[in-house]
Design a protein around this ligand. Structure first.
Ligand SMILES: *Cc1c(COP(=O)(O)O)cnc(C)c1O
Length: 393
């Protein structure tokens, strides 16, 4: 059951819950591949769509269904499909609605695998793609053509936390009948509602803040029911990127604490961003929520909170970034993000190592750039850890 009047925190505890005959409090985990029918007629009716029940867990599963409904309640979306990973969500959302001859425009500051899908995979199928600096609306306007079907962006971006004007991009898309797909991972569903801003499709890697505790991979695509029925439904059923019921159960429990975790992590991140900005070894801090963020005006317009991530630059380049990482104790070195554990990464040698040096420069990633995903530790311990490591540079 989902009440439409619930505020987000309530929807995240109760949204989508269905109970078996046992009336369990926690969501039941239906680890089943298939479903049995009482009669041959019942099976026929289900396949005809006359009876609403489940058929096969590649299509739908009761635990996965609860997760999808809870995400819909949070996002204000009519329908959703949960996927095995964030990349399954991104690639399904993009590929299900384009064909050879279509054109796609994407902001170039994309998560590495998303960029691969746009830059390498789509052209292999005759879909032309154009990558632009998405922070300037004029670039979107210049890139769109009559055959442009999809505009794809991530905001804030990885790792430099650039922000893109979603409402502005959506207005351009509407003027040519194209659709906007937003990868909303960095904003989290707590701080940005792309559908309300005019985007047509929202995708998440649930692996990040939605799980929030570094356990399971997952993803989700959300949109209106018509788009899902016409574009995603068959693609999803027949290509099989489905989420496992176990992972859906883990994500359901993750959603219950999402507002608490994201609020706390953002409060700590905001404090750490200001602290880092006052350090001699740090030449630049990029943090949505600080007044010196290059797109502070757009942030004020489209986001209701800052970020659990901080991007900062060290004067000493790669050597300083490596020394910092190697000296930290509480903060762990990892390319993941959105975890309860604080994680630091050096994009130039890890997540963005496959890009050409020129492409890295375009994105503002230098040898001294580091990305910090702030966890749930006591912020004073994180400050101690960073102070100790920075003082050694
Ligand atoms: C992690 C991530 C993805 C991919 O998600 P997986 O669950 O790792 O497949 C896509 N986009 C963004 C912005 C991400 O951070």
């Amino acid at each position: 059951m989902t009440k439409t009047t619930w505020r987000p925190a309530t929807a995240l505890v109760h949204g989508g819950t269905t109970r078996s005959q046992h009336g369990e409090t926690a969501e039941a985990m239906y680890l089943t591949q298939g479903y049995v029918y009482d009669t041959a007629e019942a099976a026929e009716a289900r396949f005809k769509g006359e009876d609403e029940g489940f058929i096969y867990s590649r299509y739908a599963n009761p635990t996965v269904d609860m997760f999808e409904k809870r995400m819909c309640a949070l996002e204000g979306a009519e329908d959703a499909r949960a996927t095995a990973t964030g990349m399954a969500a991104v690639s399904a959302a993009l590929m299900c609605q384009v064909k050879a001859g279509d054109h796609v425009v994407a902001a170039r500051a994309l998560f590495g695998s998303c960029r691969w899908v746009v830059e390498k995979l789509m052209p292999q199928y005759g879909i032309e793609t154009t990558l632009i600096d998405g922070t300037d609306l004029a670039n979107w306007e210049k890139a769109i053509r009559p055959e442009t079907k999809v505009l794809f962006l991530e905001s804030p971006t990885n790792p430099t936390l650039e922000v893109i004007d979603i409402a502005g991009v959506a207005a351009l898309a509407n003027s040519i009948g194209a659709r906007v797909v937003v990868d909303n991972v960095f904003a989290t569903p707590m701080f940005q509602k792309p559908l309300e801003l005019g985007a047509h499709i929202v995708v998440y890697s649930a692996t990040k803040h939605i799980d929030g505790q570094g356990r399971c991979l997952g993803g989700v695509v959300l949109s209106d029911k018509k788009w899902i029925d016409e574009h995603l439904h068959d693609y999803f059923r027949h290509t099989g990127p489905s989420m496992s019921p176990f992972n859906a159960w883990t994500m359901l429990k993750g959603l219950e604490t999402l507002p608490l975790r994201v609020r706390q992590q953002t409060e700590s991140a905001s404090r750490l961003a200001d602290h880092l900005a006052g350090k001699k070894a740090v030449s630049r801090v990029l943090y949505p929520g600080r007044p010196d963020h290059p797109q502070a005006d757009i942030i004020a317009k489209q986001m209701t909170g800052g970020s659990t991530l901080i991007c900062f630059e060290l004067d000493g380049g790669k050597a300083a970034a490596f020394k910092l990482q190697n000296t930290l104790e509480t903060i762990k070195i990892s390319n993941n993000l959105g975890d309860a554990k604080s994680l630091i990464t050096h994009p130039a040698t890890t997540t963005h190592k496959n890009l050409a040096e020129e492409a890295r420069q375009e994105l503002g990633i230098s040898g001294g750039t580091v990305r910090l995903s702030v966890g749930l530790e006591d912020v004073e311990d994180l400050i101690d850890d960073l102070d100790r490591a920075l003082s050694g540079l």
